[in-house]
Structures are given as C-alpha cells and as structure tokens.
Ligand binder design. Sequence first.
Ligand SMILES: *Cc1c(COP(=O)(O)O)cnc(C)c1O
Length: 385
Amino acid sequence: MLHTPIDNVRADTPEDWLARHGGETAVLLHCPGALAARHARFRRGFPGAVTYAVKANPDAALIAALVQGGMTAFDVASPAEMALVRGISPQAVLHYHNPVRSRAEIAAGIAAGVASWSVDDMGELDKLVACGVAPDTEIAVRLKLPVAGAAYDFGAKFGAEPDLAQALLARAAAGGFRVSMTFHVGTQCADPDAWTAYMQACAQAARKAGVRLSRLNVGGGFPSGRDGAEPALEPIFAAIAGGVSAFDEAPALVCEPGRALVADAMAYAVRIKARRGAALYLSDGIYGGLSECPSIGMPRVDLVTEGARATAAPRPFALWGPTCDSLDRLPGETLLPGCAGEGDWLLFRSAGAYLVGVTTCFNGYGTYERGEVARLWTDPSRPLG
Ligand SMILES: *Cc1c(COP(=O)(O)O)cnc(C)c1O
C-alpha cells in the first residue's frame, strides 16, 4: 500500500505512546522533527543537489514533508512511484533510475516528462532511443565496481563495468543526450573511500570516452544510525566534495539517498506475545516490518516495559516472529534486559526505511498502526536527525 496516512495520534516519546496504546498491533512511530533535521543536514552538508529515492519509504505524508523542506527531485523506479510523487508535487523532477524497463514503462516515463534515465546496457539504451526519449534528456550511465563496506552489494544486480560504461557514454553523447554518470555504492555503506573509488572510476571512464559529464549522481547508500549512534555523514560528504578533483572539468553533483534521509525518523514497536526461557515470540517478524534484519543485520533494539525503557542486566534472547514459518526468526541472538516478558514492547531503531511498502500479510500478520512522537530518544539532550 503506497498511501497510508500517518495517524494523528501524537505523544512526546515512544514510551508515552506505548503506555497509551491499548492494543498489541505493532506501531510505526514517526518523528517529524527528526526527518526535518536529517533533511536539513543533507542540504547543508552535501556539496550538490539532494534528491530522494522514493522506494526507501513511499509514504505520501513523508514525501510531502520532504517537499515542504525543499525537496524538488526524486529517484523513482516505476510508473506507480512517478504518479505518487507527481500527485504530491506536480512540478517534481523525476529521475528514472531503475535501469531495466519495459517499453510500456518507458512510454509512461516519457509521458511523465522524466528528466534523467539511467542505463547500464546497450540494449536498454537502444530501447530508450527506439521509444523516442528526447535527445536533450539526461542519460546517466550507471557504473559498477566490486565494492566493500556496504551492507549488501548493489552491483550484483545493476551497473556496467568500466569498459561498457565507456562505450555507453560515447554512444549516448553521439546520440545528442546530456551525458552524466551514476553509481550506487551499496546500502548502509559507512566507508567514504567507496565513493572516492567510484568517482575516480567515473572520471576515468568519461576521460577515455572523451565525454564531459554534465552531472555526477553519487547515488544513495549513505548510512543510517541503525546501531543507535549518529551516522557519520560529514566524512562521506567531504570525500565526495574532494572526489571531483579527479575530473578534468568538475561535474555538478547530485545524490539520491533513501535510507539515510528517512530511516532514523521512525522507530518500530513490536509487542512480546510470549516468553519461553530465552526465546521471545513477537507480534511481528521477518514477513512484516522486520524484513530487512536477515539481510543487513539487527538495528539497535530497546525494551519498553510499563511505559519506561528497561535497564535490567542484559542477556541474549532468540527473537521469533508471529507466523508459523520456522524461518520467521530474527538473526542471531539479541541482548535485552533479562526482565523482558509478555506484554512488553521491543523498539527497533531506524525503521523509517524499507518497512513501509515492504511488509506482507503472510499468515494474517504484518499490519501495523502509525503514530507520531515529538522525539524518539528519551534523552532530551540527544540531537534530532
Ligand atoms: C535504492 C536506491 C537508492 C537509495 O539507496 P539507499 O541505500 O536507501 O540510500 C538510490 N538510488 C537507486 C538507483 C536505488 O535503487
């Protein structure tokens, strides 16, 4: 479901919200101040234009809040995402950066006035030309390198290796397109050198192709604070600002974060239905709002009991989801206060990305309520965003 409005139920903290919550359905708690602060941090720190990768969280109210904060361009991957964004912001600039598209999808992109198309394959570039994409449109050649440092490798699916990237650049330039490049270092990547390596490889491919890039889109992949600490974004911004020195003529920079813009603005509260020894059975699991945990690991989890964050001595627990599928278990063991038991809540950090739009209703679970909080951390000195 793309259009789930954020409910009007508000509280100061997640603890307050949960203390008033009568039910046991999981709750996605949104902190608008944290979203605004993180967006401002990107706009202040990133040395170029900040766009938003809609797939990270396609919630209409969240997109509207980003527009309110000055967001004018979006990375969209499907006609449905184009319609969603344009419904909220009719003037929005659309970057269609899913590099594999059917001809019907290309026609929908042309009708929507897409400003930038990524390509990583000669056949796909031919398809864009055959479908009549206007020559003054931007073609962003997507490069891939073997990459370390990210939670998983985006190059496994998309991206052209340097030789093919060079050929695509030359062909797009000959076709009269505005030529740019793009890449994705892999999601939740905390290593600034990943961006530097990609920027150097882009500069080299452009030089070999004899093409001057109008822009360079350094993708998403920026880390969120999954471990509960503030993510170190500024060193990455600095590496990107320094990376343009690899180019003979510096291209204008663009980024398209998903996760790092929105994840830390939300937390996900899941109720403990039962405890058996060192095993906790939860009201949601990997088929619902916690589907990312098996692939990129656990975020910070806090225990909320009787309206307060519990601080009892920790011990390891196995966390099981509510379905009858034995795969429905969160990875590893999670350290939680030993007092955890039936009726308590687990509060999962950084839930604002890759939860909305991803949950299934397998076995009748996976639905959640929505709430709003003034702050996500009990510690009032903790900065937002
Ligand atoms: C998913 C995606 C993003 C956002 O990635 P994050 O890791 O969430 O920042 C950006 N660009 C493209 C092309 C994507 O597919």
